[in-house]
Structures are given as C-alpha cells and as structure tokens.
Design a protein around this ligand. Structure first.
Ligand SMILES: *Cc1c(COP(=O)(O)O)cnc(C)c1O
Length: 379
C-alpha cells in the first residue's frame, strides 16, 4: 500500500464501535472496570486513550514501527526517548539539531550525568573521533534544522550498529511521506507533530515510534511514568492533519523548488540551502533516501545588516517560529529557534547570525515570490 493511502487508512482509521469514519474524541480520563482487578483495554487516559491510541497506531504504521507513542510536544517526546539513558552514558549528536533538543540535553540531562559530543554527522571520521566506551546512541536530524544538511541514514545507522549504538532520528523535516528512517536502519524515529504532520499551525504534539519491541516497552514505560501524553482533542486533530500529508507535502515541495530557484537568481541573496538544488552537497544522498526534497529553505542575504528590515517587510510570509503549516513562515534561527545554542557553537555549525529559514507554505507561488521580491528590494 502506498503511503498516501496509509495516511488515510492506516493504524486505526475508524471507530470500531460505530463505524464512524473519523475516530471519535474520547474525552475521558478513566474507564469502568466490570470486575475488580481486571481492567479492559483502557484503564486510565495517561496509560492509554482510544483517540490517542488511533494516532499512535497510525504513526507506527507510517514509519514501520511496532508501536507508536504520542506526547504533548516534540520535546516531551524527545525527553521520553532521552530518558532511556543512564547517568554516565554518552551520546553523539548532530551539530545543527533543533535548539530545544540541545537545551534539553545541555540544561536538563547533562546535570543528571548524561554527556554528549556534537559533530558534523555527515562526516564518518568525526563520528569515529567522538566515540567513547560509554557512547550509547547517535542522534541525528536529516534534513537538519536549519541548514538542511543531508545525512546518509543507511551509512550512519550501519556505523552506529557496528559500534552497538542506537540510531535515533528526528524525522520532523522530512515526515514519513518523504523518508522512512527505520527502513534505512534507524532504531527510533521521533517527530514534532506540531510541524508538517499537524500541518495547520494549530496544535503542539510529539510522536515516537520504534521497530524494536524491547525499546517500545521502555518508551511506553517512560511515557506512562513521566506522563507527558497528548490529550484526546489534539490527538484527533493531529490524526486529521496527517490524512492530507501527501497532498500538502507535494504542494510544499513544488513551491519550495520554485522559491529556491527564485532566491538563487536574486542579486540580493548570497547563499541558498535547499537539498533539491543540484549544487547542494547532500543532493545525491537526498535523491537516494527521500521521495522529495521537502518544503524548507535556508538562505543568506548579501547584506547581512538588512535581515531585520527584510523579514519585517514581508506581508504574506509571516515572521514566526515553527514550520510545516499551510502558511509560509519565516524566521532567523540565531535570534529565534536556535537562540538557546551559544553563538560560538552556532557559528561552528555554520549557522550565521544572518541566516534566514523559510518554511514554504502552499499559497500560490507567484504571491510568495512577489512578497519576497518587494521585501528584498526595500531600501
Ligand atoms: C519543533 C521541533 C522540535 C520540537 O518540537 P515541539 O513540538 O516544538 O516541542 C524538535 N525537532 C525539530 C526538528 C523541530 O523542528
């Protein structure tokens, strides 16, 4: 079955009780137990809720996992995954991971005894150099945030496996429609459901899945013990969003390809980072491991001093954090999403203060180009 069909019919796509084609919102915290000590399938909504369960089955189905888990945010999902590790454990981390992931590791897990090394994870020699006797996992994003670096998942996961490390992939930018890391050797895949999966900038959620039953058991234990679960209303909304993922992603990337071309040819724009461009260093790998190049673009202006003026002059494209919604959003990582990463670390990773990240929406591309054009020309 093609993924486009699975998005709509995968997991639990209808109500087994009534045949309703949309799984109902089970707005309940608890469930009647007919016999003492013998609860049914559902017992208490932190441990399980039918609406959340439908979403969890769906993400597992889409990514090829054995079980899925839904959380109140992407970071709550990442927290539950990083809680698999113990004091003394060491992780290898891609050097341009989401700023909040870095902050969670640096400010929450490091004081609890977890250590990590950030490397350019495109480079196997750097991975090799970061390896210690205590290294337990490789944690990567591809395409990465915000520079759209492409990491060869098959190669990285094989390297990790050889060194007895888990491979954890944040698949937020690609979504399972464009890329399925478990099939390429990863052990755990996670998402900020807030972005493309939700798709309408109207919810905050996180998803995790794995194809290993022992890991599923541990993540499930963490989900219930830490308790950062997604409520039934948002679970329903996220499942609804996922149904249209294929058409939205196709529209996002069609627009993004045209906007990337437009930016490259614009005299006020210096560098453009988009994996769909033949000149992008990760282009060949993207062709190999992705169905398309996605809807995210990063770029720099020739005149870095004009960044604020440019983003503030846009009328249709909205200056805001987040990405993956139907509306185009633009932001400056050094000031916004990646501000929690110290300047030296940011610059070492190639994230200049003037870098701009654009989440290309599904508006008419001419309107987006005109908006960019008028803002680039303002003096
Ligand atoms: C937004 C984002 C997160 C965090 O997700 P929240 O839903 O905001 O908690 C993690 N990883 C990536 C790549 C993101 O873009």
């Amino acid at each position: 079955m093609d993924l486009s069909t699975k998005l709509i019919h995968g997991g639990i796509s209808e109500d087994p009780l009534t045949g309703a084609v949309s799984v109902p919102i089970y707005q309940t915290s608890t469930y009647r137990q007919k016999k003492l000590g013998q609860p049914g399938d559902f017992e208490y909504s932190r441990s399980g809720n039918p609406t959340r369960n439908a979403l969890e089955e769906l993400i597992a189905d889409l990514e090829g996992g054995v079980k899925g888990f839904a959380f109140g945010s992407g970071l709550a999902a990442i927290h539950a995954v990083l809680s698999l590790f113990q004091p003394g454990d060491h992780l290898i981390l891609g050097d341009d991971v989401y700023g909040g992931t870095f902050r969670l590791l640096e400010k929450v897990f490091k004081p609890l005894g977890l250590s990590y090394t950030m490397v350019d994870s495109q480079d196997l020699t750097q991975l090799e150099a970061a390896l210690t006797a205590h290294t337990k996992a490789l944690y990567i994003e591809t395409p990465s945030n915000p520079l759209l670096k492409i990491i060869d998942l098959e190669k990285s996961a094989a390297w990790a496996k050889k060194n007895k490390l888990l491979t954890i992939v944040d698949n937020t930018f690609a979504t399972p429609y464009l890329q399925q890391p478990l099939a390429l050797g990863a052990d755990i895949v996670l998402h900020s459901g807030t972005k493309y999966l939700g798709g309408h900038s109207d919810l905050v959620a996180g998803l995790v899945t794995t194809n290993k039953t022992d890991l599923a058991e541990k993540i499930g234990f963490n989900q219930n013990s830490i308790g950062g679960v997604l409520g039934p209303q948002d679970s329903w909304l996220l499942q609804r969003g996922i149904k249209t993922l294929a058409v939205r992603m196709e529209a996002h990337q069609k627009n993004a390809e045209m906007i990337a071309e437009f930016l490259i040819n614009h005299p006020a724009v210096a560098n453009v980072y988009y994996p769909g461009l033949a000149a992008h260093p990760g282009h060949e790998i993207a062709v190999k491991q992705m169905r398309g190049f996605g809807g995210m673009i990063a770029f720099e202006l020739v005149d870095e001093g004009r960044v604020a003026e440019f983003v503030e002059a846009l009328k249709i494209i909205t200056l805001a954090e987040s990405l993956g919604g139907v509306e185009s959003l633009i932001e400056v990582p050094a000031v916004m999403t990646h501000a929690s990463i110290p300047k030296e670390k940011r610059e070492a990773a190639g994230i200049k203060d003037g870098l701009i990240r654009l989440s290309v929406g599904i508006e008419a591309v001419e309107d987006l180009k005109n908006d960019l054009e008028q803002a680039l020309l303002i003096k």
